[in-house]
Design a binder for this molecule. Structure first.
Ligand code: FAD
Length: 285
């Protein structure tokens, strides 16, 4: 495996006292394989800015591994975002995952309310106000963003984020390697050379994976959905099947030249670590 490949883990700020109590042990287990960084979501599922900040700071304190906050700009003002960026910079943060965020379900217009409408404006603002102080990751959608008006236009919007100064991209989860390779080909044709890290979600249940795929517009291939549905009452068999499917997907991606994997851990260590072991990824000393 090339040294330069990037392996990172995504967490969300826990929202219950039990979640808060469990997280340090989960993070310690994940940190043991020395990921490049942890990222911590923001806003998804109602988490607050303080929740993201606190989780980022604790992860670094407890593990020494870099942690990157997700920063969403939907509904925010420039002043608000400026204050947050300064707070992160003061805390020693060097990497930001810059996103628009999801619009409120009640939004009437596809563009976000507030002073930022799309993620490219946030990327531009970070560069304008902080130069190269932060490494900026943005979201990529090999199967198109669910609100995209078409794959060509959606790709043009991705290009704007790169041109605004993104250093790398992380894809939405997907179970169809061809969609990723097609996206990489389109990047090459458009001369977009930033690394596009594949976002990978381990499969741990039938209902939850159907829900995730539906909400983010990812295709769950029929054969996988049918097998998971059949196995839903036999958890060990479902986990083994899910592990096989996602292991094969990751092997295909890495063999095909993916510059790295970003694991959506959903704050669980075991599914991601089983995958890590199956893929024989290194545990640096
Ligand atoms: P954008 O790149 O701004 O795109 C949003 C939509 O607008 C797309 O349909 C695009 O085609 C369109 N668009 C973009 N620019 C323009 C333009 N100039 N004119 C017209 N249309 C345009 N959500 C959270 O709430 N919290 C998180 O922590 C979080 N983390 C994520 C991490 C990753 C790796 C990914 C892939 C997604 C994450 N999301 C998160 C979900 C994300 O916020 C949603 O998918 C959101 O709807 C879009 O965010 P974006 O940054 O991709 O937006």
């Amino acid at each position: 495996m090339a040294q330069t490949q990037s392996f990172s883990f995504e967490l969300f700020p826990p929202r219950t006292p039990e979640g808060v109590a469990k997280l340090p042990a989960i993070v310690a287990q994940l940190a043991a394989v020395k990921p490049k960084y942890f990222s911590v979501t923001h806003g998804a599922g109602g988490s607050t800015q303080d929740g993201t900040y606190d989780t980022v700071v604790k992860v670094v304190e407890h593990t020494g591994v870099e942690a990157a906050p997700h920063l969403t700009c939907v509904g925010s003002t420039r002043a608000n975002i400026a204050a947050l960026l300064q707070r992160y910079r003061d805390a020693g943060v060097k990497r930001i995952v810059a996103l628009r965020g999801d619009l409120p379900a009640t939004a009437m217009s596809p563009s976000a309310p507030g002073e930022f409408h799309y993620a490219n404006e946030l990327v531009g603002f970070i560069r304008e106000t902080h130069g190269d102080a932060f490494e900026i990751e943005v979201a990529a959608y090999p199967e198109m963003h669910p609100q995209g008006s078409g794959p060509i236009v959606d790709f043009e919007h991705f290009r704007r984020k790169v041109e605004a100064g993104a250093d790398a991209a992380i894809t939405q989860l997907f179970y169809n390697a061809d969609s990723y390779f097609d996206f990489i080909e389109r990047c090459a044709k458009a001369k977009l050379t930033i690394p596009v890290i594949a976002g990978v979600m381990p499969i741990t249940g039938f209902q939850n994976i159907v829900r995730f795929c539906t909400s983010c517009g990812a295709d769950l291939p029929r054969w996988i959905r049918l097998r998971l549905e059949e196995l839903q009452d036999d958890k060990p068999a479902l986990l083994d099947f899910g592990l096989d499917v996602v292991t094969r997907l990751c092997e295909t991606l890495l063999k095909g030249g993916a510059p790295g994997l970003h694991f959506y851990t959903i704050n669980q260590a075991e599914p991601t670590l089983r995958l890590w072991k199956n893929l024989a990824l290194p545990v640096p000393v």
